[in-house]
Design a protein around this ligand. Structure first.
Ligand code: MGD
Ligand code: MGD
Ligand code: MO
Length: 786
């Protein structure tokens, strides 16, 4: 069931229609229509998309980009529409499906094939004798799960995983379940994503979230984008960039790949733009730096600005740096300036892969722009020195007072639609004492104090054999993690219990424990009626706006339960009675859960139920935005750790490549909608290695050759994945790009941002080898029968 026939339309010279077209445009509308039809949903006159991201509708289940306060007629994007269609599909994965296929057989299926079976409809229980999942009644499943969990002696042997689609209400109930069970083991998809930001941004600014709101994008003069592919992963951001460019603002992009929509974009929401064959030029400057070259690139810009400021001062001209802001609000400026002066252009060029003149040009655009926003994504966070790169981004912003002024700020672009909210309401393996005592007081309980596991620590515990049970609230843990094959092998049939609360079948259901359950739940688009009343849930977007989301659609099956109900049912079957924790009462009415959230976090969620009635919701206080600095120095910190930065800039080994693992245009994380990546002109397969043509020539490779990657790791463990077709691509020499999650077995679990443990999936050191005919034939044969 994997991709056996592959075709390439990759064309570096842009002779193809698709290759030469801008991002967005008519092709985006066509893609939405095709995708909906494939999911057997009529496109014409569809009301579904009109309800998306509207005050009275549902929040898009795709990314965390905020909704505008005054939405367009249809406030959706191509990939948001795909995410909705994928959930609203008319296909079903019921008991008849599981009856036909053993788990061993399904393990050979591709990620796309598994999820494409459609929505899960029944609770399922694994039967080891038949090696199949079989339908089970809800009550039975819940009672058995409760009995299993109760039988485990040490609560720290259980992992409670959250993926970022869970609503605030579901996440709050889930952390309460875990903590009353007795653990702070809350591995969270954020640990593979923006944990780097959550940990390192507060060191600079005292907050771990965006200091911008959408309004700032309307007032910015320039947006600098580091390692974030907006056209695919937060396409509604393209609307902001589009407007900015039409106002005369600048977009400056740093990315090893020329991501199509950041080069040119035709805005499907703008009729005039749709009539222009080439769309709008988005980035005025596009810097294809080396993988991991951001630290050097940003320091080069800072150095250029400091030099320009010296010169301006010497000539009695207006200073380049905002000395008033620096004086009043920052700490560490002098030391940082000295450090930058000491850096050699030679090193900065070698490491960034960019020339001094390019970095000076970029710095020039920065200084000419009064108000600058810096955005970053996984191209920054998923590195060993990801946190250090974030510190450099903030240093750059601080030099000209670009924090806490309208039109400027730090904008980490978060991923999952509610990944930020889940953390705010308590999904955290290192909870603060303040939060725990809030919980203790609100519920008259005693929460465990010992810190728990994040994703990396959870994987290590599984590898050591120290985990007995895994409970997943959404997501596809075993496919999204690093060192996937090793962790899967240590899980399959070895854990006592795995429970997955999910909407669709995925690989994590197949990596089952001795006892295993799949519990099917409602999606965001679906009506959630409790005690006769439709329930709204809430989410917090990537710019700290909290708002309600109400599902519209008839549920995919009458048996589905809401996440909140499932968690409450498991809690009742597992935990002793706590007089002040009435699970059933809370789960019947989300207002009651929100009242409890407010009781635990009174300053953050003051008048919670009242405030979500405002269309568009409310903004959570962000101290740095107000120039209040909750840092160790009570100021915004210029940060550089010279020794760490030095090692981050050690010369790249000539003998190996840096591999970046990224998302294609037809995927949402491990959910693969199709094998095409229209924005990179790759069709029909995801098993590709995008390589620099000079590197190909050096290694005697031709387009279409099949190669294997092997990780260069110090731990002596062999990690190899084979079957990637070479595609000549516009990427710096020494760098290769390929897709996530196909490459995840290559990433050692110890390979992560050092402060936050975030998976370093953007710079995996690999060697490559040409596959021999025998191995190719064997693999093709396997896939054909799979
Ligand atoms: N349609 C869709 N939307 C999504 C998702 C999805 O899978 N599909 N996923 C959601 C989630 S959870 C997240 S976290 C976000 C992810 O959204 P992004 O942050 O955009 O994630 P990626 O696609 O992994 O990679 C980002 C970019 O980083 C670049 N890059 C790689 N290495 C480097 C580097 O060293 N330096 C620089 N400057 N750039 C580099 C890559 O070329 C790529 O363009 O999107 C969210 N939205
Ligand atoms: N190599 C590499 N690895 C990476 C990354 C990378 O860039 N490179 N990115 C990392 C990042 S940023 C992230 S966020 C993680 C993602 O890791 P996860 O969040 O664990 O993975 P997803 O693929 O988003 O999860 C998809 C599954 O979620 C379930 N689902 C969908 N909607 C719902 C819902 O409403 N409720 C419930 N209960 N379940 C639902 C479906 O069953 C679906 O199969 O992966 C990380 N892994
Ligand atoms: Mo993410």
């Amino acid at each position: 069931m994997d991709e056996t026939s592959t075709t390439f339309s990759n064309d570096l010279h842009g002779t193809q229609d698709h290759a030469s077209s801008p991002g967005g445009g008519w092709l985006a509308l066509k893609a939405v229509e095709q995708h909906m039809l494939r999911q057997r949903i009529p496109f014409k006159g569809n009301q579904l998309l009109l309800k998306m991201n509207k005050p009275d509708g549902f929040d898009c289940p795709s990314c965390a980009w905020p909704d505008p306060v005054k939405p367009h007629m249809a406030e959706f994007c191509e990939n948001g529409a795909k995410a909705v269609a994928w959930e609203a599909t008319h296909k079903r994965t019921g008991p008849e499906f599981f009856e036909k296929h053993t788990v061993t057989e399904l393990l050979e299926w591709s990620d796309h094939a598994l999820e494409d079976q459609g929505r899960l409809t029944h609770p399922m229980r694994y039967n080891a004798a038949s090696d199949k999942y079989e339908a089970v009644e809800w009550d039975q499943a819940i009672a058995e799960i409760g009995a299993e969990l109760k039988a485990i002696d040490d609560p720290n042997d259980v992992e409670f995983y959250t993926s970022g689609r869970a609503s605030n209400e579901a996440a709050f109930m889930f952390q309460l379940l875990g903590r009353l069970y007795g653990t702070n083991n809350f591995p969270d998809c954020s640990n593979m994503c923006h944990e780097t930001t959550t940990v390192s941004l507060p060191m600079s600014l005292g907050v771990g979230k965006a200091t911008t709101t959408l309004d700032d994008f309307d007032h910015a003069d320039a947006v600098f984008i580091f390692g974030q592919n907006a056209g695919t992963n937060s396409p509604r951001m393209m609307g902001e960039l589009f407007n900015l460019v039409h106002r005369g603002g600048k977009v400056v992009t740093f990315n090893p790949l020329r991501e199509k929509a950041l080069v040119k974009f035709a805005n499907p929401q703008s009729p005039a733009d749709m009539m222009r064959p080439n769309g709008t030029d988005i980035s005025s400057q596009y810097y294809q730096l080396r993988i991991g070259g951001d630290i050097a690139a940003i320091q080069g810009m800072c150095k250029a600005l400091i030099e320009a400021d010296d010169e301006a001062q010497a000539h009695g001209e207006k200073p380049v740096l905002d000395h008033e802001f620096i004086e009043a609000h920052t700490h560490g400026f002098e030391a940082f300036v000295d450090y930058c002066r000491g850096l050699s252009w030679h090193t900065l060029e070698a490491h960034s892969g960019l020339g001094e003149h390019e970095l000076r040009d970029a710095a020039d655009t920065y200084r000419r722009s009064e108000r600058v926003i810096a955005c970053w994504g996984m191209g920054i966070t998923q590195h060993r020195y990801g946190g250090d790169a974030i510190h450099q981004i903030i240093n750059l912003l601080l030099l000209r007072g670009n924090i806490g002024k309208r039109g400027a700020g730090a904008c980490p672009v978060r991923g999952h639609s509610n990944v930020q909210g889940d953390r705010t309401v308590g999904i955290f393996h290192k909870p603060t004492e303040e939060m725990l005592s809030g919980l203790d007081k609100a519920f008259d309980i005693t929460c465990p104090r010992e810190h728990g596991h994040d994703v990396a620590l959870c994987c290590e515990a599984i590898l050591r054999g120290d985990v007995k049970a895994f409970v997943g609230l959404g997501g596809n843990f075993f496919r999204a993690i690093a060192d996937q094959e090793r962790v899967m092998a240590a899980t399959l049939d070895k854990l006592d219990l795995t429970v997955q609360i999910s909407t669709k079948l995925n690989r994590s259901h197949l990596i089952h424990g001795k006892k295993a359950y799949i519990l099917p739940c409602l999606g965001k688009t679906e009506r959630d009626v409790k005690a006769g009343l439709p329930q709204a849930s809430t989410v917090e977007d990537g710019m700290c706006m909290v708002h309600a989301s109400t599902g519209e659609l008839e549920p995919a099956s009458s048996r589905l339960r809401s996440e909140v109900t499932i968690i409450s049912d498991i809690a009742r079957a597992t935990l002793p009675v706590y007089p002040k924790v009435d699970w059933a009462w809370m789960s019947e009415d989300h207002d009651r859960i929100r009242d409890k959230i407010e009781a635990v976090f009174p300053d953050v969620f003051t008048n919670f139920n009242e405030r979500i009635k405002t269309p568009g919701g409310f903004h959570l206080y962000n101290a740095a935005r107000e120039r209040v600095w909750l840092t160790d120095t009570d100021r915004a910190n210029f940060l550089f750790d010279a020794a760490r930065l030095d090692s981050s800039m050690s010369a790249p080994e000539a003998t190996h490549f840096q591999l970046l693992t990224t998302r294609g245009h037809d995927q949402f994380n491990t959910t693969v909608y199709s094998l095409d990546d229209r924005y990179r002109d790759i069709y029909g397969t995801r098993m590709v290695a995008m390589m620099n043509p000079d590197d190909m020539a050096k290694y005697g490779l031709e387009a279409g050759n099949k190669i294997a990657f092997s990780t260069v790791a110090e731990d002596g463990i062999a990690r190899r994945v084979a079957g990637f077709q070479v595609v000549p691509y516009d990427i710096p020499s020494g760098c290769i790009a390929s897709y996530y999650p196909e490459t995840n077995p290559l990433i050692p679990i110890g390979y992560r941002d050092e402060r936050s443990n975030t998976i370093a999936g953007k710079s995996v050191p690999v060697t490559i080898e040409l596959m021999d005919t025998q191995e190719i034939e064997k693999q093709t044969g396997l896939l054909a029968t799979g």
